[in-house]
Design a protein. Structure first.
Length: 254
């Protein structure tokens, strides 16, 4: 048994070889980004006083994404979960949470839109018990989207507005966050589409202590964007489902 004397709570003390934090990275045809991500991510995790691992959850990529991930297994704590069908980013994240045994998880995209260097800042308040979930935010002071034209920034803000009816944060849709793993695996039913953080925020709502830290959200350099009409439709379906759940709960809350 190896104890880590880092000032964290007793739950953070770990057995050798068992991750305390798992970074879940859902992938779909991200061959060009795997190396670039791990070149930045693994040094960040190596400086963490806790044992962290990286779990790629691949949703039936047609390129060499899986081969790229497997080539890193001897260079760091990197694992791969291959899925035969694509059930969306949310489904991949939930599958990764079930496959992990770590008490805490970080969720991030593979395309480097989320800066790996911010992971310690996401984890610090979570591991010290000051909150239950930490979001990387584009819309708090210090957050930015330097690659985005004005029209895209405006459309992103508009897309965020309906989500704010279900939570009390500024940026529920960025997709870069850390939380207790149990909050993910306890979500009721399947979560459609991409917005898994919104599902968590809406489900636990005021019971959840949430913090936001600023991030610089960058555009991808390699691969194709996953923002398609189907994804937009799934987001609208998710909003409708959240509204229905909120209405169904209201009589019990009165």
């Amino acid at each position: 048994m190896v104890a880590v004397n880092d000032g964290f709570s007793g739950e953070v003390q770990r057995a050798e070889g068992r991750a305390v934090v798992t970074v879940i990275v859902p992938t779909l045809n991200e061959e060009g980004n795997v190396d670039l991500l791990l070149q930045r991510l693994l040094p960040v995790l190596a400086r963490c006083p806790l044992f962290c691992d990286v779990l790629f959850v691949d949703s039936a990529s047609a390129d060499r994404t899986c081969d790229k991930v497997l080539s890193w297994r001897e260079r760091g704590p990197v694992r791969l979960l291959c899925r035969d069908i694509n059930t969306g980013l949310a489904g991949a994240v939930l599958a990764g949470a079930v496959a992990s045994e770590a008490p805490w998880v970080v969720v991030m995209d593979a395309d480097l839109s989320h800066p790996p260097e911010k992971i310690p800042e996401l984890l610090e308040p979570l591991l010290h018990g000051r909150c239950d979930m930490v979001l990387g935010s584009r819309y708090v002071a210090g957050g930015s989207m330097p690659d985005w034209p004005l029209a895209r920034k405006l459309s992103s803000r508009l897309a965020t507005l309906p989500a704010l009816f279900f939570c009390d944060v500024k940026d529920p849709l960025a997709g870069f966050f850390a939380l207790r793993r149990e909050l993910l695996i306890s979500l009721p039913g399947p979560v459609p589409g991409f917005k898994i953080a919104l599902a968590v925020l809406a489900e636990y709502h005021r019971r959840l202590r949430v913090m936001e830290v600023p991030i610089e959200f960058r555009d991808r350099d390699y691969g194709e964007s996953k923002m398609t009409r189907r994804v937009v439709w799934q987001y609208l379906q998710q909003l409708a489902g959240l509204a229905w759940r909120r209405l169904a709960r209201r009589p019990a809350m009165l």
